[in-house]
Design a binder for this molecule. Sequence first.
Ligand SMILES: [Zn+2]
Length: 482
Amino acid sequence: MSKNKIILVSLLFLFLTHCLSAFASSEQRITDIRFWQSPEEAQVVLDLSQPPRVSEVSRLNNGTLSFDIKSCIFKPGKQRYALQNQFLETLTVQQNEDSGSTSILFRVPRGVEAKTFVLPSNERKGDRIVIFLKEPQANILKKQTAELNEVKKLKAENIKIVVLDPGHGGEDPGTTCNGIVEKSYVLAMAKLVKAYFDRDPRYKAILTRESDYIIPLEKRREIAERLGADAFVSIHVNWNVKKAISGIEVYYESPKGAVNEADRLVADKENKADFASLGVMSPVITASKNQIAQMQANIMDQSRQLAEKVEYKLAKALPTIQSRGVKRAGFRVLHSLNMPSILVEYGYTSNKYDSDVLKDYTSRTKLAQSLYAGISNFLQTKVEGGVDAEYLEYYKAMNAKKAKLEAEKKKKAAAKKANTKKNASKTKANTKTPKKYTVKHGDTLSAIAQKYGVTIQAIKTANKMKKSDVIKSGQVLIIPGK
Ligand SMILES: [Zn+2]
């Protein structure tokens, strides 16, 4: 994003924040208006004091989009904010004195697509209306193609592509503690690491985000996959309720995370559509589950080697910050089948000592340089083509467990079916049609009842006999079914 845009966005933000007035808290009000922007899309967030009643959102028509928030106050009169950027020309917020509603009107450049969502409050955020503004798909594809062509040229010259992923961003700040806001800290850190790669002609480093906006986790991975990255490194800082916990951690994919991902890839047809929209023909589309597991085992072994090389350098970076070692976890950004992927946690913001080191400029530079050195070491060493045996064992065990559970389920279902059949035939036996019996000389009711396996009372009832009635020779009795 250009500096101009940043200033413009900041100005709008300041202006809007400044404009907010304190109104009675019982009424619906717009408490804040925020704007986030990535190279491909933007978000306008209207923060509200309570769940809004919104009129039908008009379709984007001739570059305008509008809706009313009922019984809502903002600032008296009409406010017009001119952004004049690639996603949004102007935003007008008008409080209508007569109806008590507030009208929102967006004017967007030609081709921009818009989607509006009313989001309920959660434990972190209040009620919101979010408007997503997206660049025309054709523009996005054009940019992606140009980028891909450039990367292809570089790859032909044996220049390695490193994708650095600053975690969180925009609406998601990550951890916030001891004066460190994760999303900003890791962005600055990723830029420092990139600067080391930029000075080295053997590499081209690309960031998944270059300013303050959110990217879905899968998309971060897909950016790297689309560019055919040689390594993918997600950068974070950690937090723990136990303030004593400190140190650096380097993660790569866990067996459990990989098994779940293999299941998802097989089950999730949508995933194919995602790849298709990026113009990438993923080998996943045609691979069987066992083939996917094999690919995972190969790439996870490379990820382990990358993690170990990076951890080695980071552990030696500073005597003041300890390494907690290489670990495994099923982070979604690490699920790639195409490139070695790791996630670095640069210490704990919840730990006073770690956070002091992280904020120190010299220490930060050393930590950035060590990450660069670790990645470079991995990329310049011939990677041994191994497999993650631990994963393949886990995969086999999990499949055996699943097969066993499936067999037990089938057995239970079969037993249930057989039982139902048995019960049904029993019921049929019980509902046998009544028989007739002609009483012979010397017969007693109890003997007849015993013969047919019914009670005396049942015979009496079936024949409408009174308590005192007796049977006579030649009398025809109805014998009820059992
Ligand atoms: Zn994080």
